[in-house]
Write a protein that binds this ligand. Structure first.
Ligand SMILES: C[S@@+](CC[C@H](N)C(=O)[O-])C[C@H]1O[C@@H](n2cnc3c(N)ncnc32)[C@H](O)[C@@H]1O
Length: 541
């Protein structure tokens, strides 16, 4: 299989492991919901997060809470056009990479290693992003011709080429190009890969109004299956499937298809007896149609397919919408149109899914998630990460706040809020562990609980973290004694596993893993089925 190589690859393939774990620090004054004094990010009432910080560090900080939980990642990273002023700034310990630091990446031909820098920047972030996805999760990456060919191979390598779902073509503008000397470029790409393509299932958009218009007939099933339309049962398909060629007995006659039917005989007979076939003689010839209901057997509306070419949504719409909201076309260059991202949200997520965008820019993904929820009553949540402090505060957060709570637009028209909110967080300056490997003294029980759970299970911790029994994973009870969870903060007290401490822990009959500062239970620990792990030394992730 072809592989992709570039300057610096060796130095970045394991870089995600060297990035320290930081903590998320809520900023109530920039949040758009009520978070009481002393509460942490996990108390967010909407469940939505906007994190200001470099996504390499932010993703590492978010992993203990969200690993394996995200249904859809949408990212729109720098395209490496040579006009974005982007700089490679990761702290990778390699001479060939360190000389790039602080230098703006130039245009094609100006900076000869520009593609190497982009790939070195993307690699560790994509490795981390993959860990956030659920088994049925997908990642979508917007990209244009500058890096498309490399990005596709990079995703092949990290996600596996068998997990490539599709490369979507987004026709982003309708024309123009008067100044273009050669081919007029009207499109870009959205690369779609799955964590495990087998698990992704059907990808469908909600039925469009245009599609619904075809469903104009009703029968006695209308209350559960909705209206129906007629579709021919015969097919012109040429594949030789002898079991699809049979006679339907009707009105004392045998009806044969010209080529074959679409369904097996069994299925057709079942439909006939359930009054789901419409058979008529038209000008002496039998026509056989089946009723295609708007809703399936489970009452779900039949969706429309997502096509690989996306038309009728243009870049200009994104620019116009932001301009209408902020009254200034210069708020953010080339935001994606919310309708585009909403299409992905609707096609790839469920009403309770989590959506992650780690290059959030103007917050289009947050806007799209709120809009999708408002349309179908869903409760999807989003996580947005934006590195630029000014953008994160004044554009990302401000825009999502306006969409959620309503605003008066540039023309003085009041726009109703669509609901929702978010908690704004920054990353702690100091990592969770000190340079000596000790846990920072201000780390709370809930924060360490997330981390212990992730270290032990590889999955995100979704509980509240207010019991020493964090939960059960693969038949083992996972416990943490830390920071006076048993109301005893003395060093030799509640953080140390002793017989009396064990006796007051919540009971779990099967094997137990207990994280604590020390173990003074002697031989009883083994008899009780305890595997002891000493904090912080056992917490290497
Ligand atoms: C192309 S824009 C995204 C636009 C966005 N999709 C929208 O519709 O507004 C890329 C964004 O990623 C941000 N960014 C670049 N590098 C980043 C990093 N390492 N961590 C977090 N954000 C980053 C940039 O500041 C910029 O706002």
């Amino acid at each position: 299989m072809p592989t992709l190589n570039w300057i610096g690859k060796e130095a970045v393939v394991k870089h995600h492991k060297e990035v320290p774990f930081r903590l998320l620090e809520p900023v109530p004054e920039l949040s758009c919901e009520k978070v009481g004094a002393g509460e942490t990010a996990s108390n967010s009432t909407s469940g939505n997060l906007i994190v200001q910080g470099d996504n390499l560090h932010a993703l590492k900080a978010l992993l203990p809470r969200y690993a394996g939980q995200v249904k859809c990642i949408y990212i729109d990273p720098p395209y490496n056009t040579g006009n974005e002023g982007w700089v490679y700034n990761d702290n990778v310990n390699s001479p060939e990479i360190r000389r790039w630091l602080g230098e703006v990446v130039g245009k094609e031909g100006e900076t000869l290693d520009r593609h190497d820098r982009w790939l070195s920047m993307m690699y560790p972030r994509l490795v981390l992003l993959r860990q956030f996805l659920r088994d049925d999760g997908v990642i979508l990456m917007s990209i244009d011709g500058n890096e498309h060919r490399f990005a596709e191979l990079l995703l092949d390598e990290i996600f596996g080429s068998t997990n490539r779902v599709e490369t979507l073509i987004w026709k982003k503008s309708y024309g123009g190009g008067a100044k273009s000397k050669q081919v007029v470029n009207l499109h870009e790409y959205v690369l779609c890969f799955a964590r495990n393509k087998e698990k992704v299932g059907v990808i469908e958009l909600p039925p469009s109004d245009e599609l619904k218009r075809y469903y104009k007939f009703q029968d006695d099933k209308v209350s559960t299956r909705g209206p129906y339309r007629l579709q021919p049962l015969a097919t012109n398909s040429m594949d030789a499937r002898p079991n699809l060629r049979y006679a339907i007995s009707f009105d004392g006659e045998e009806i044969w298809p010209e080529k074959q039917w679409q369904w097996s005989k069994e299925r057709t007979l079942a439909a006939l007896s359930a009054n789901e076939l419409v058979i008529k003689k038209v000008r002496g010839k039998w026509s056989v149609n089946y009723k295609q209901y708007l809703r399936d057997d489970d009452g779900e509306e039949r969706g429309s397919k997502l096509y690989s070419i996306i038309e009728s949504i243009y870049t200009q719409q994104g620019t116009n919408e932001l301009k209408a909201m902020f009254g200034d076309g210069k708020t953010f260059d080339f935001p994606k149109p919310p309708a585009l991202v909403k299409k992905f949200v609707q096609a790839f997520t469920h009403p309770d899914s989590i959506i992650l965008d780690s290059f959030a820019g103007s917050g289009t993904t947050g806007h799209a998630v709120i809009a999708a929820n408002a349309e179908d009553g869903g409760n999807r949540r989003f996580i947005l990460v934006e590195m630029d402090d000014n953008i994160a505060r004044n554009v990302t957060a401000e825009r999502v706040k306006r969409v959620a709570t309503g605003y008066t637009n540039a023309k003085g028209i009041t726009v109703q809020g669509l609901g929702g909110g978010f908690q704004f967080c920054r990353l702690s300056a100091e990592p969770l562990f000190t340079a000596e490997g000790q846990i920072r003294s201000d780390v709370t029980f809930a924060q360490l609980a997330e981390f212990v759970w992730f270290a032990e299970t590889g999955s995100g911790y979704t509980s509240q973290g207010d019991s020493p029994l964090l939960g059960v994973h693969d038949g083992r009870g996972i416990y943490l004694l830390y920071n006076g969870i048993l109301k005893d903060k003395s060093i030799a007290g509640g953080n140390v596993l002793t017989g009396p401490v064990f006796d007051v822990l919540p009971k779990f009959a099967d094997p137990k893993v207990i994280y604590a500062a020390a173990n003074r239970m002697g031989g009883r620990a083994a008899r009780e089925g305890i595997t002891f792990k000493q904090t912080p030394y056992a917490l290497e992730v």
